[in-house]
Design a binder for this molecule. Structure first.
Ligand code: SF4
Length: 767
């Protein structure tokens, strides 16, 4: 069947007084299809109901409790509809022209006086789920021209991007666990029952894992906490926080020393095998037993079972990346996938073929450039640049340490670093001390309360959507485009126009400059790049002719159409009339199914030598640090780890009543033995102290956590002065990042340590 034949056009209306609309949920990586019922109102339309779209080709009706709250988010009276400017310490609503004029009047003189680096940018996690910001943030960054760029990536997945880039030639060239076909899944530091998968896009992870176990497969969950995913597993391995790299290296040692390694079909494509064997040699199960808190015989068994499984995959997520050995752990996950012969085979760890294209579908197969990392350092502590960004842990000191190059101003885009990044108290004070802050955000939150100008984008229901990033990480190839469900408010610009206009203001083009200038430049440069690429379907064609063929679309829709048409399933501007276009997706409200993941080696590789680099120099050099940590010495009584909850989405959805009502979820979990020794019982308040801060938090005693480990979820702490989140304030919780120490990070990636923070715990009554 051709792609075009898969596209049934259906009537959207089902009843006289209601209309059905379909869209992909943009809230998390699961990318669930939603069916939205709209009913007419005197002013237009209102959302009556949101439920899972049973016909969605990717999610098949699955939805989590957050998905239906797009209605509440849209209708939230606290959501900003018009720009705010701070005058005499208080926010006042202004027109869009006034807001941009204020930015021009106050920010440009700072840039002229102190240079472009005087203004930093922080990009929050929602940008990765947002079509307009994914495409137009780069214009904003170019318009500003600052090297002080920070994002949520360095409190999350940056280590995996780096290991993937070094091994396979692209930060998003990530091998994905083929959960639906595997016999054995070894999962570390992930809880998809709460987070629905991450760097592994799929709806209904819980159902997929349950089906794996039902069909007789093994699900082994390595985590200091016995969370819901571990409850559903065939085995829970309660490792010490931060020791995943040691465990993985020991498994490599067992598999290689016992001649269990079999690289299978990729054997001829791998370099560095002997080097890895030598590196792993000292990491015997006995040598890592202390640091991992696991029995050597158990580690040996885990390795043998992985090697013996008919098909298997190793998958590590946030618990592996937010540690001091995050990049090594991320690398070793894929070393195991390679040496067990599971890379790129069904049931193993596979690569997507993204419909809108990706770094592993563009350009010449097996041709790539060296990965450039650590090209510069931060001013104060010389922390490393990665992929054009500096680590978020460096942000506060770059703002509050006097001297040449000090950050004086900040632009945040959908970010709340005061809750999301380490040593929140220091960062909060540092941002408060800046000369000027601009925020693109829908709320006055813990960070944006410091803003001088807030530019609110439309709600998710007022925006179009295509998952450009997460369809590169999907466990099944598919494509789905969503039109806006509701119209913009009067005078509300689209999000891309806000970003483009800000970029023009920053470039000095003035507040009246037409955002279309940015849009036209972007599409022209994309077409020029594709025309020059001899592997592109439009190689050698006329640039103007291609741009005209995209008429009359503008903005993200024009770019998405271009990406789809030149992508691996695209119609190639006439090359394949049955291929994918935006029109095909518009006629396919439930998406287009592009099939299960397919073996893609060797073409998927973009490394300089066209091979899989099993022993990249940067990581090999870092193994000495892992060796030095083998003694497992600890001079602190407890370590703190985070946790996620199905009804939370980092910090920004706690203003939705239905997601926060009921018993508080912001508790300190600790083991009964620890509770007894500290004289704490369920519901008591504990004081938790780290090098940088202290919080008072109610205790939840549970045997679902290792002794010596305590856990507080992140994203809470909504009771700061000036925050305009009326519901969240009533369910404030405490901010776990008041305890996270900005001096703890993975030196390769600069990624923050958020799992394994040394802390002291005592009963509040004793404090
Ligand atoms: S799991 Fe929930 S939040 Fe994530 S995409 Fe699906 S409905 Fe949305």
């Amino acid at each position: 069947m051709t792609i075009a034949e898969q596209a049934p056009i259906e009537a959207a209306s089902t009843e006289l007084d209601t209309r059905l609309a379909y869209r992909t949920c943009p809230l998390c990586e699961a990318s669930c299809g939603l069916e939205i019922t709209l009913r007419p109102t005197p002013d237009g339309e209102q959302v009556a109901r949101i439920r899972g779209d049973r016909d969605d080709v990717f999610s098949h009706g699955y939805i989590c409790p957050k998905g239906s709250t797009l209605k509440q988010l849209h209708e939230d009276p606290d959501r900003l509809r018009r720009p705010l400017v701070k005058r005499d310490g208080a926010f006042v609503e202004v027109s869009w022209d006034e807001a941009f004029a204020e930015i021009e009047r106050r920010l440009l003189p700072i840039l002229e006086r102190d240079g472009r680096n005087a203004c930093a940018v922080y990009l929050g996690n929602p940008n990765a789920h947002n079509l307009a910001s994914l495409l137009y943030n780069r214009a904003l960054l170019r318009g500003l021209g600052s090297t002080n760029v920070f994002s949520a990536s360095t409190v999350d997945q940056r280590p995996k991007e780096i290991s993937s880039a070094l091994m396979f030639g692209g930060g998003l060239n990530v091998p994905l666990p083929d959960v639906d076909r595997t016999d054995h899944l070894l999962m570390l530091g992930a809880n998809p029952f709460a987070s629905n998968g991450s760097l592994a896009t799929a709806a209904d992870w819980p159902g997929r894992l349950e089906r794996l176990v039902e069909r007789g497969g093994s699900l082994v969950v390595v985590d200091p906490r016995r969370l819901r995913t571990a409850e559903a597993a065939t085995e829970w391995v309660p490792i010490r926080p931060g020791a995943d790299a040691h465990l993985l290296m020991a498994m490599v040692q067992v598999i290689t020393s016992e001649s269990l390694a079999d690289l299978g079909a990729c054997a001829e494509l791998v370099t560095g095998v002997d080097e890895v064997v030598a590196l792993a040699a000292p990491f015997t199960p006995e040598a890592v037993a202390e640091v991992t808190g696991l029995d050597a015989a158990e580690i040996r068994r885990l390795a043998r079972e992985l090697a013996a499984a008919p098909t298997a995959c190793v998958y590590g997520r946030i618990g592996t990346t937010t540690t001091e050995f995050g990049t090594l752990a991320s690398w070793l996950v894929d070393v195991l996938n390679v040496i067990t012969g599971n890379l790129d085979r069904p049931g193993g760890a596979m690569f997507t073929t993204a419909a809108a294209g990706a770094s592993n579908t563009r350009g010449t197969p097996r041709v790539g450039r060296p990965v450039k990392l650590h090209r510069r350092s931060s001013r104060v502590s010389q922390l490393p640049e990665t992929f054009g960004e500096l680590p978020a842990v460096a942000m506060a000191e770059e703002m509050d340490t006097p001297g040449e190059g000090q950050i004086r101003a900040l632009i945040t885009v959908a970010g709340n670093p005061v809750l999301s990044t380490p040593n929140s108290a220091r960062l909060d004070a540092a941002i408060a001390g800046l000369e000027f802050v601009v925020a693109l955000d829908i709320y006055v939150n813990e960070t944006t309360r410091h803003a001088d100008v807030i530019l609110p984008p439309p709600s998710a229901l007022q925006k179009s959507h295509y998952d450009i990033v997460f369809m590169q990480l999907a466990l099944h190839d598919a494509a789905n485009y969503s039109e806006p469900v509701l119209p913009l408010d009067p005078d509300q610009p689209t999000e891309w126009e806000v970003l483009a206009r800000l970029a023009l203001v920053l470039q000095g083009a003035g507040v009246t400059a037409d955002p279309a200038i940015v849009d036209d430049l972007m599409i022209t440069s994309m077409v020029q790049g594709s025309v020059a690429d001899d592997t592109s379907p439009i190689h050698g064609r006329d640039v103007d002719e291609i741009v005209e063929a995209l008429d009359p679309r503008r903005g993200p829709e024009r770019i998405v159409d271009f990406l789809l048409r030149t992508g691996p399933y695209g119609e190639g501007f006439g090359a394949d009339p049955d291929g994918l276009t935006l029109d095909v997706l518009l006629a396919s409200p439930h998406g287009v199914d592009l099939g299960a993941l397919k073996p893609r080696l060797p073409d998927v590789l973009r490394t300089p030598d066209g091979m899989i680099a099993l022993a990249p120099d940067l990581l090999v050099a870092d193994v000495a640090r892992l060796r030095d940590a083998l003694d497992g010495r600890r001079d602190h009584p407890f370590v703190l780890v985070g946790r996620r909850d199905l009804r939370s989405n980092n910090s920004w959805m706690h203003n939705v009543e239905v997601l926060v009502k009921g018993k508080s979820r912001c508790t300190l979990q600790l083991h009964p033995d620890d509770a007894a020794s500290l004289g704490l019982a369920d519901g008591d308040d504990a004081i938790v102290r780290s090098r940088v801060g202290e919080v008072r938090v109610p205790v939840e005693v549970t045997d679902a956590i290792r002794p010596g480990v305590v856990s507080i979820p992140h994203g809470w702490g909504h009771d700061l002065d000036g925050v305009r989140l009326s519901v969240a304030r009533r369910h404030a919780g405490v901010n776990s990042n008041l305890l996270a120490d900005e001096t703890l990070f993975d030196p390769i990636s600069g990624n923050a340590v958020l799992n394994g923070i040394p802390v002291e715990v005592l009963a509040a009554s004793a404090g």
